[in-house]
Design a protein around this ligand. Structure first.
Ligand SMILES: [Zn+2]
Length: 200
């Protein structure tokens, strides 16, 4: 898989993540006009979040405990305001297309290792699927294969075979079906298609 595909998908992810966050900002603006107290609390919570981080770095446990309590009170007030307005905490969160990776394409595991999210894996698979022409499988498959397109006349001089092209293609189809059925069998040999350039 080329890195270009991954990079362009990641750019797309960045855009949709940004859009989800900007949409939330707009939504918040409207909400805050109706509920100014909510904006005040949100600002205070942000302030304490920054302050808490600063205190952790400075290792001041007492003021940290004090701040924890203030944050709890603010959170409670916030939940009351939201409840009264018939809203939930999720109304103040961005609506990501993939809530698992929050449209970043990657997730952090319990071991703090970052792995690709299933949504991004799926996008890469979809790309390979289309690129390999397999997306036409619903129309082009063994069931819809038309052997009548091949002549049933034996022409040794032209085809260098003592069977007709139709008989030949039927044998090839049979070999292909067998190959698919035996795909998991390590003993079964691969198939090699050969021919002039442009033939498929
Ligand atoms: Zn995801």
């Amino acid at each position: 898989m080329s890195n270009d595909i991954l990079n362009s998908l990641l750019k797309e992810y960045e855009q949709k993540k940004l859009k989800a966050e900007l949409d939330l900002e707009k939504k918040k603006e409207t909400l805050y006009q109706k509920l100014p107290e909510l904006e005040k609390i949100e600002n205070e919570l942000n302030h304490y979040a920054i302050q808490t981080a600063k205190n952790i770095l400075k290792n001041e446990p007492y003021s940290l405990e004090e701040m924890k309590q203030k944050i709890e009170v603010l959170k409670y007030k916030k939940s009351c305001i939201l409840q009264e307005a018939n809203l939930s905490i999720h109304d103040l969160e961005p609506v990501y297309e993939c809530p698992i990776c929050k449209d970043t394409g990657y997730v952090m595991g319990e071991d703090y290792k970052t792995t690709m999210c299933n949504c991004l894996k799926q996008r890469l698979l979809d790309y390979s699927f289309h690129k390999s022409n397999m997306s036409g499988l619903t129309k082009e498959n063994f069931d819809t294969f038309n052997e009548n397109l091949f002549s049933d006349e034996v022409d040794v001089a032209k085809f260098k075979f003592n069977i007709s092209p139709r008989e030949n293609i039927k044998n090839i189809k049979q070999k292909c079906i067998q190959f698919v059925n035996e795909f998991d069998n390590p003993e079964y040999k691969n198939l090699l298609f050969s021919g002039n350039t442009g033939l498929r």
